[in-house]
Design a protein around this ligand. Sequence first.
Ligand code: SF4
Length: 157
Amino acid sequence: MFSTLFQRGRNKAELNSAMRYEDLTKAFAELRPGFSPQEAVTEASLCIKCEDAPCAKACPAGIDVSKFIRQIALRNFTGAIKVIKENNILAGICARICPQSLLCEGQCNSSELSKPIKIGRLQRFAADQEMAKGPKPLRSLREKAIRVAVVVSGPDR
Ligand code: SF4
């Protein structure tokens, strides 16, 4: 719809009036539906709780993957997001954009038995459960003796 308006060279006011909330909601709708609580619990129950937990070792954010999955299997969804947020406050975003097949899911021992645990979708579920209760203020990560640098770039003027 927006591209059609652009193609016709309509003016900005016309374009703005076309950008109704419903249009934006549709334009940014999720491509895949998330897990229902029962689906999440069922998937989490497939985790074999590996002693070495290669999934966690492969997580660049250092999330204790098997621990948060265990919380979901126990229906403790609040506990699950707490475990994730100990190391990653951007749980919902990373669940959607992280290449899990190359990281945690790529190392999942369960793939030897059948297929890897859907870790990314479980993380998304935990984050979405929290979001459904309303926005929460960001809190700082617990202090760590590390330094970080943030490098940004933008368009040239
Ligand atoms: S590697 Fe897979 S099966 Fe093992 S603890 Fe991690 S998620 Fe569970």
